[in-house]
Ligand binder design. Structure first.
Ligand SMILES: [Fe+2]
Length: 252
């Protein structure tokens, strides 16, 4: 079973607006074209936040119209740039778009969490989000699923100052819990605009995806020099008891 992660689209209300001097709509359209041309057989999309840059209904409608054409389910979470209300109200018009809360696919359980605080760029996990995570895991305890968390912000540093100043600020308790549960195989995030695969404890990895229009250079700290025009996506193949990823990144 394959899932494609698309992330950090940063679409704005008006079609000709730029972000970091780059046209986000162009990058997103090239990303979708690349997926179509690859003829990859996949189950669904994970859309991991910062779908819009300004939270406008217009930006969500634009994304909805393009992604609906794939006839696949799109499981989404919100990022720090999204308006959760507009996101949910725009996407609820489509049968393909589903907010990711708990999702069972084959022998995998995916749990979506909201790491955003209104008006803040950094991430934060409220007690209720952590409780939700643990409750869902306890609910399916007998099933012995492999578990994946899906959340916008990264809970551990990735080694890139450009983005490491706004991770989930209070993730340490959550990470400690994750380390004690060997069913939790991965944490999927957006936000960092690059692919990382970093071990957390013995059984879990942080997996982050590309942005569909701008890459933050690994190790970069400069908003002018370390952002590269690019587009791409990450493919997850979920197997019986493990997973593999492959990454597609295209730099113009
Ligand atoms: Fe973000």
């Amino acid at each position: 079973m394959k899932i494609i992660q698309i992330s950090d689209l940063h679409i704005k209300k008006s079609p000709n607006s730029f972000h970091y001097g780059i046209d986000p709509r162009n990058g997103f359209e090239l990303t979708l074209k690349s997926i179509l041309n690859s003829k990859i057989d996949f189950n669904s999309f994970f859309l991991t936040g910062d779908i819009s840059d300004d939270g406008s209904i217009e930006s969500y409608d634009y994304v909805l119209n393009l992604l609906e054409k794939f006839n696949k389910k799109i499981y989404f979470i919100n990022g720090n740039h999204d308006s959760k209300n507009n996101l949910i109200s725009a996407f609820s018009k489509s049968k393909y778009f589903v907010p990711l809360n708990e999702l069972i696919l084959d022998n995998w359980l995916f749990i979506g969490l909201d790491s955003c605080l209104e008006g803040k760029d950094f991430g934060f996990l409220s007690d209720s989000q952590i409780q939700k995570f643990e409750n869902i895991i306890n609910k399916y305890k007998e099933k012995k699923f492999n578990i994946g968390a899906v959340v916008h912000h990264h809970p551990i540093f990735v080694g890139t100052p450009l983005i490491d100043d706004c991770p989930i600020l209070n993730a340490s308790k959550w990470i400690d819990y994750i380390k004690t549960n060997n069913q939790i195989k991965l944490i999927i995030t957006g936000h960092v605009h690059n692919h990382y695969s970093i071990e957390i404890g013995e059984n879990t990895k942080l997996e982050t995806g590309f942005s569909s229009f701008a890459l933050f250079k690994k190790g970069g700290s400069n908003e002018n020099e370390d952002i590269i025009k690019s587009y791409g996506y990450k493919i997850y193949e979920f197997l019986n008891d493990s997973y593999k990823t492959s990454e597609v990144l295209l730099i113009e």
